[in-house]
Design a protein around this ligand. Structure first.
Ligand SMILES: Cc1cc2nc3c(=O)[nH]c(=O)nc-3n(C[C@H](O)[C@H](O)[C@H](O)COP(=O)(O)OP(=O)(O)OC[C@H]3O[C@@H](n4cnc5c(N)ncnc54)[C@H](O)[C@@H]3O)c2cc1C
Length: 501
């Protein structure tokens, strides 16, 4: 009998399951459902590749979910920066603070075909040392990460032909070399083009390899309402066509939930699957962000000052390096214009040397009390259980902030001077990288939701994907890691499906 897999969510991790299963299991059929609409063609393409600015803006707006129509969820202005870690357009706020907690005011997601993979900045650092789940062998990590890099088209820029970025790299290297701290260009998910530009990877590049033989179906604007079970086993899901409101039960041999770190646990809750660790151990990487006005002598003048600049192709990174006293991930981007609005009369306006946006991403230590809770009697705009967020920084993170400030101040002084009001700690949730809420674990001891192959403990046929699986204190952009975990889970599932055939 033909095995049937239902994938909920069309972001990079759901797409990884679709691609690998369809490539490697000859007779499997895959149905992928996505709550949001198609916003780019090819489907799931990164909006940055859309040449027309109006079409780009329309694609972003269409990804901001249904709640923006009612004005419930807006994008807060003033605190957001289009850049390495904190770009916000294309997303909508999700969840509210739990009573008595500051919560995560900036928690957000995207609702569109391709998920956040249509809007991401494409920074693809790899996890190192304690950022990797310790119960997965290093050799396995290397293997999964290599496949993930190829699925996402990861490219390592050399900064050839980008003299401003190269000059900044040199300055920062000189500053930190005596400490043994590595400074390097950041890998990005993108394909270099003949004209020197980059085509940014979206979820399209993952889906691109799906065989075109009729075994793959994608249903947009289709909400998964809950997972169906027969005894303990997952056997399908209730799906709602958001255009008509019609609901149907769809059967599947395996259900993969890849609906982001906030909405995958919401679906588990809605399905009555409520293990002790569900929604708990919520982390992100708290962010210290600053903009530096660069001194005129630091960077060479641009050949064509009026020409377009895509700063994201020239991101400089200082990776997590506990051994050398830098247990954070830093990213720096040159831009000829300030990435934040500068006040009237600011002496930093129109700085001839340009600007560098610098973000230091910190670890958040996982604690069970940092968590999502779900309110059946206060549902969200789709009628799914309302998401509440309890989240607080502790002395551990505050101490890291103090140390990170010192590193950041050194980098800033090497290049110029912070502009007005900088640096600042970004509001919780600004990273857009939420982790831990459906974390994986080695044993079913109440501190994890799924096993090391992403299978939900005690629910055969139910597999999870996405950043929510990451169980560690992780200071950097998580997508490559999550796609690597999806590669691992999909590989195990391929074996299972073949054996079951
Ligand atoms: C502006 C921006 C910049 C970013 N920059 C970076 C970066 O530089 N590097 C990096 O590593 N990461 C970055 N990220 C994060 C990155 O995009 C995510 O880590 C990645 O997309 C996660 O993939 P995913 O497949 O797990 O989930 P997502 O891409 O979030 O996709 C989940 C999908 O599930 C759908 N869904 C949810 N609930 C349901 C339901 N009940 N039924 C049906 N569908 C549902 C959602 O609509 C969504 O489309 C950025 C994100 C944004 C928004």
């Amino acid at each position: 009998m033909t095995p049937r897999v239902l994938i909920v969510g069309s972001g990079p991790t759901g797409a990884t399951y679709a691609r690998l299963l369809l490539e490697q299991v000859p007779d499997v059929e895959v149905l992928m459902v996505e709550a949001g609409p198609v916003v780019t063609r090819p489907i799931g393409m990164n909006v940055k590749n859309v040449p027309d600015p109006e079409e780009q803006a329309a694609a972003r707006l269409a990804s901001q979910g249904r709640s923006h129509e009612s004005g419930v969820s807006g994008i807060p202005g003033g605190v957001v920066v289009e850049g390495t870690i904190t770009a916000r357009q294309g997303t909508h706020l999700i969840g509210r603070a739990a009573d008595g907690s500051p919560g995560m005011p900036a928690a957000a997601g995207a609702t569109c075909v391709g998920g956040q993979g249509v809007h991401w900045t494409c920074a693809t650092p790899a996890p190192t040392g304690p950022e990797r789940a310790p119960f997965i062998e290093d050799a396995d990590w290397e293997q999964h990460l290599a496949v993930a890099e190829s699925l996402l088209h990861v490219h390592r820029p050399s900064f050839d032909g980008a003299p401003q970025a190269a000059a900044i790299l040199e300055r920062i290297r000189d500053e930190f070399a005596p400490d043994g701290i590595t400074v390097r260009p950041l890998p990005v998910a993108a394909d270099p083009q003949a004209d020197g530009s980059l085509r940014w990877s979206g979820t399209d590049v993952v889906l691109d390899g799906v065989p075109d033989d009729g075994r793959f179906t994608l249903r947009a604007e289709t909400l998964c309402v809950r997972v169906l079970r027969d005894g303990d086993r997952a056997v399908g899901a209730v799906l709602r066509d958001l255009r008509t409101g019609a609901e149907e039960e769809v059967r599947a041999d395996v259900v993969v939930l890849a609906a982001d770190a906030l909405r995958t646990p919401q679906l588990l809750w809605a399905s009555g699957i409520r293990p002790e660790a569900l929604g708990r151990y919520l982390t992100e990487h708290p962010l210290l962000f600053g903009v530096v006005a660069v001194r005129g002598d630091v960077v060479p003048p641009r050949e064509d000052p009026a020409g377009p600049v895509d700063p994201i192709r020239a991101i400089i990174a200082i990776p997590f390096d506990e051994e050398h006293g830098h247990p954070y991930s830093a990213q720096m981007m040159f831009s000829p214009v300030s990435p934040v609005p500068l006040p009237e009369g600011s002496r930093f306006r129109d700085n001839p040397g340009g600007y560098v946006g610098m973000g230091w991403g910190l670890r958040k230590w996982p604690r069970p009390e940092d968590r999502l809770t779900f309110e059946d009697d206060a549902p969200d705009e789709n009628g799914l259980p309302g998401i509440r967020i309890a989240y607080e920084l502790t002395d551990l993170e505050e101490a890291d902030f103090e140390r990170a400030r010192k590193h950041q101040a050194r980098a800033a002084a090497a290049l110029g001077e912070f502009v007005d009001g900088m640096p600042r700690v970004m509001p919780a949730g600004s990273s857009l990288h939420y982790m831990g809420t459906v974390r994986m674990g080695e044993t079913d001891d109440g501190t994890s939701v799924c096993d090391a192959w992403s299978r939900v403990w005690g629910v055969p046929g139910l597999v999870l994907a996405g950043n929510g699986l990451i169980p560690t204190a992780n200071s950097m952009n998580p997508t490559l890691t999550s796609v690597a975990l999806a590669v691992r889970g999909a590989t195990a599932l391929v074996t299972e499906l073949r054996e079951g055939a």
